[in-house]
Design a protein around this ligand. Structure first.
Ligand SMILES: *Cc1c(COP(=O)(O)O)cnc(C)c1O
Ligand code: SF4
Length: 339
């Protein structure tokens, strides 16, 4: 049979959300990244070995916030695999914070009182060179496996857990459906009082904060805190401000946790600008972390003495609530250790 009118064009029924397309479209070739930035001359310092160990991955929107032609750009430095990473450094290990020991196979890590951290997924939208994740793809040990069952059972049966932290990987790299599956199940745990999400996506892939995610957040029965992981003021732009505004509109508390990184933010001006720029976007500083000593990240280290001087100078300059706590994670401690 021939129909008189043409069929209306249907969108593909399983079309990926826009953010997933932006995620897939990320830059993965170091030479392409350098070429986009007019920095082809830097190609000689790129390490193919480092890139093979932990590939470059950076969303294009984040690349657009890098300064063209600046080899020292603080955003570029966080993602570019350099030959510095292959220099062996004493004290820099594969498992810097004892996660191997704390990992239970369920994707749940309980190190601190009242809190259970879920390794929700192994995926991230960006690969940060200083990250412990470079040695742990976490592909089989995530809590999302088998519909979150083991993780949810563990939390439901432990009434000491008041706060669930979604971490990873990046938990917001999971679909809205998958996230809702978890929180629907967590309602079985009446002792839960707070939900916390640690995610770099609002900053590195702001497209991720879509209507579905905001609807999910708005409907949750617990107060929600979202800890964004921004290390430099230049990571914010109008698009990031807008999604952070929408998150605040959904009642989410926004905090920032940064890592002190040599060549990225290890000066008072950069740290002050990070706090002030974040605050302008509705985010309060939480922690400034000393680097985890993971193999390949030694060239980012700022020694403790200098870290303390920087932190004191920051405290002398800013309002108290704009000064993050300077801490280090030490295996076996009952919480992050203040320096
Ligand atoms: C860092 C961390 C937390 C959170 O600690 P806060 O000081 O509350 O931010 C919880 N669980 C684990 C396993 C952690 O590593
Ligand atoms: S876990 Fe965080 S720091 Fe590590 S690669 Fe993912 S976004 Fe970057």
């Amino acid at each position: 049979m021939i129909t008189a009118a043409p069929e209306p064009r249907q969108p593909a029924p399983l079309a990926a959300p826009r953010w997933q397309q932006a995620w897939r479209d990320a830059v993965r070739d170091p030479r392409e990244l350098l070429s986009l930035l007019g920095l082809d001359a830097l190609a000689g310092r790129v390490s193919d070995e480092a890139a093979a160990q932990f590939p470059l991955r950076v969303p294009r929107g984040f690349v657009a916030r890098m300064r063209h032609g600046d080899p020292h750009d603080p955003l570029l430095r966080q993602v570019l695999p350099l030959d510095d990473e292959m220099q062996p450094a004493a004290g820099y290990d594969l498992d810097a914070v004892g996660d191997g020991a704390a990992r239970t196979g369920t994707g749940v890590i309980q190190k601190y009182r009242g809190r259970a951290l879920l390794v929700a997924t192994g995926s991230c939208a960006i690969n940060c060179r200083y990250c412990f994740r470079r040695h742990f793809p976490y592909s089989d040990e995530t809590a999302a496996r088998e519909g979150w069952r083991e993780a949810v059972d563990l939390i439901r049966d432990d009434s000491s857990v008041e706060e669930v932290l979604l971490s990873g990987g990046d938990p917001l790299s999971l679909s809205n459906t998958k996230l809702a599956e978890l929180t629907d199940a967590l309602v079985e745990a009446p002792h839960l009082r707070r939900l916390r999400i640690h995610s770099r996506l609002p900053v590195v892939l702001p497209e991720r904060i879509d209507d579905g995610l905001l609807a999910w957040l708005t409907g949750l029965p617990w107060p929600v805190t979202l800890v964004i992981h921004a290390n430099h003021a230049n990571e914010f732009d109008g698009t990031v401000d807008a999604v952070l505004g929408r998150l605040r509109g959904a009642g989410v508390h926004l905090l920032n946790q940064a890592v002190l990184l040599r060549g990225v933010n290890d000066d008072v001006d950069s740290l002050a600008a990070l706090s002030e720029r974040g605050f302008a976007a509705g985010v309060l500083p939480y922690y400034l972390h000393q680097l985890d000593r993971v193999a390949g990240a030694a060239h980012f280290e700022v020694d403790d003495a200098r870290a303390k001087v920087l932190h004191a100078a920051l405290a002398a300059r800013l309002s108290g609530y704009l000064v993050p706590r300077l801490v280090r994670e030490v295996a076996g401690d009952t919480g992050k250790r203040p320096l």
